[in-house]
Design a binder for this molecule. Sequence first.
Ligand SMILES: [Zn+2]
Ligand SMILES: [Zn+2]
Length: 162
Amino acid sequence: MQCYCKSGLTFSHCCEPLLSVLEVAPSAEALMRSRYSAYCVGDVLYLQATTHDHSWSDEELKFIQDWADNSIWQHLEIIDFSEKMVEFKAYYIFDGKQHVHHEKSSFLKVNDMWKYVDSVVFEDKVSFLRNEKCICGSGEKYKRCCFKKLNTSAKGVNDAVL
Ligand SMILES: [Zn+2]
Ligand SMILES: [Zn+2]
């Protein structure tokens, strides 16, 4: 299967060896991609382990786990990168709404392992035309693909039942 990070490689030749800690990320960009894939599979411990200051509280862990698990991760777009910086946009549906997370992250190599340090987050609004090709790469138009998942998150369904 294609890797979650949309590198064009298969999962087993891209982020899987990093997530299963068989290999270390060869670059900050590779680490960033693997962290996106970790969100897709809900591997919050990997996110914690690859963060430079990973003294996360239980509440922070739970918040990130909820975000990862309750989002439909559609697409990762790398905007720019250098040795220690990656700027990207992650597209996802959360709470029945289309979102884009636009972030410029900085990384540091500690004991030969790349770690995420911190980031600047840009407040981008996202909207897609219904007849555009869907951002998730399915080849379908947005209206026939991810648009249908809007307002149908677990929470949306639960609210409708109530
Ligand atoms: Zn990947
Ligand atoms: Zn889609």
